[in-house]
Write a protein that binds this ligand. Structure first.
Ligand code: 5GP
Length: 181
């Protein structure tokens, strides 16, 4: 019951759709208050954050724009520790209030590299919104201002998060079962 299989691995229910949506509404309200009178540019990190981005935008009540970038540091269920290419943006970032939208912060290296890159484009401000954070896995100082859940250092899938390309379409988030690595 409540288990799913993706490729060769079994996952158990970890965060329900209702819990996820409640957390997103809370973050949306925080952003609405913090960005009142400003027009933030949300930059979603593909592919994992596409669902979170979509729901977060709907939970925010300020005039805003959205665009996407692509970064990658994962193969299978392990972080490689190396961050691959940042897809270039068409939008003007200088002077803008940027909110980087990420599905999950693990080692933090992806977001650290993204922050450094976006700061070179002279924005007015840059903040991070991440649905999930694994505090015990962090390998650098990273301020994740808007976060849904702090979670243990276990691989998760669903709600945009994949295991080798699959599992993104689940409405809930599932965690790798205990007996598997
Ligand atoms: P970091 O650079 O913080 O180690 O990794 C961030 C990226 O790794 C995330 O955007 C996500 O794509 C991937 N990632 C980290 N942990 C998990 C996880 O538990 N499940 C999935 N599906 N991806 C993860």
């Amino acid at each position: 019951m409540n288990d799913i299989t993706v490729h060769d691995k079994t996952f158990q229910l970890f965060l329900s759709e209702t819990e996820i949506q409640t957390a997103i509404n809370r973050i949306g309200q925080q952003i609405t208050v913090d960005y009142k009178g400003r027009t933030p540019l949300f930059i979603g990190v593909l592919n994992g954050a596409f669902m979170f981005c979509s729901d977060l935008m709907k939970a925010v009540d300020v005039s805003c724009e959205i665009t996407f970038v692509r970064l990658s540091s994962y193969t299978g269920t392990k972080s490689t520790g190396e961050v691959r290419t940042i897809m270039s943006l068409q939008e003007e970032v200088a002077g803008r209030d940027i909110i980087l939208v990420e599905d999950i912060v693990d080692t933090g290296l992806t977001m650290q590299k993204a922050l450094k890159y976006f700061h070179t484009l002279n924005p007015n401000s840059v903040e991070i919104a991440s649905l999930l954070v694994k505090p015990d896995a962090l390998q650098c100082e990273l301020d994740v201002k808007y976060r849904g859940f702090d979670i243990p250092e276990k691989f998760v899938v669903g709600y945009g998060l994949d295991y080798d390309g699959y599992g993104r379409n689940f409405k809930d988030i599932y965690q790798l079962k205990l007996d598997q690595v």
